[in-house]
Design a protein around this ligand. Structure first.
Ligand SMILES: N[C@@H](CCC(=O)N[C@@H](CS)C(=O)NCC(=O)O)C(=O)O
Length: 212
């Protein structure tokens, strides 16, 4: 099974690429941009009219939404052991955390990074950003408490949720007033452990070297 992935450095497509590396599936990157001042390729817009990444393509099918792609890939490649199976007791926590990442933590990032999508006028944008930054603290605290002393998000087993968590921590930017990952000791412990994986070292090489 081979895949194509609409991809831009620094974006949510990086987490999906790490999963493809972990799975060992062949993939091709279709380079695009997340720069709001640059156009998106028409092929990308045809598959995702929102214009954002990731977009995953296999055969003549395609899908977007990072959490959905995560579940899709893990279900398709159970041998990679990146998710609890449908009847596993941890399945609920796995789905809950992925969806919380997607609709609460990512939403908080969006308030700060894309305030025009939430504010009615340019004058209201700084208010949306301030709320987003506060929301980042609230949502990361929920995740930090949820993890507690667990080795990984799901306890003793590494999973795609840990990769997702790592990806989200790379977006935290204290220079914008956002919290530092250091504020969330349990999150930080897992992010550091994920960072040492070969897949992450490959995909996040520039970020780890401090070049992005
Ligand atoms: N809900 C989407 C959001 C994806 C998203 O926000 N992607 C960002 C990069 S991390 C992007 O493509 N931004 C550029 C844009 O929105 O046009 C998902 O989870 O896949």
């Amino acid at each position: 099974m081979s895949y194509k992935l609409f991809y831009a450095p620094g974006s949510a497509a990086m987490g999906i690429r790490v999963m493809l590396e972990e799975i060992g599936a062949p993939y091709e990157l279709l380079k695009t941009t997340i720069d709001m001042d640059k156009p998106r390729p028409p092929e990308q817009l045809a598959l995702n009219p929102n214009g954002w990444v990731p977009v995953l393509i296999w055969g003549d099918k395609a899908m977007y939404e990072c959490a959905a792609i995560t579940v899709f890939l893990c279900d398709r490649h159970p041998e990679a052991n990146l998710a609890p199976a449908v009847n596993d007791p941890d399945r609920g926590l796995y789905l809950q955390t992925l969806v919380y990442f997607s609709n609460s933590v990512q939403n908080a990032f969006q308030l700060d990074y894309y305030p025009d999508r939430f504010a009615d006028t340019p004058a209201d944008e700084s208010s949306a950003q301030r709320r987003g930054i506060r929301r980042l603290r609230e949502t990361w605290k929920v995740i930090d408490n949820q993890i507690g002393s667990n080795q990984w998000v799901l306890g003793e087993r590494f999973s795609s949720v840990d990769i997702y968590l790592f990806m989200l921590t790379t977006w935290l930017d204290p220079s914008r007033g956002q919290p530092s990952v250091d504020e969330f000791a349990n999150v930080k412990r897992i992010a550091d452990a994920v960072q040492s994986r070969k897949s992450v070292q490959t995909v996040y090489k520039e970020w780890i070297a401090g070049d992005t």
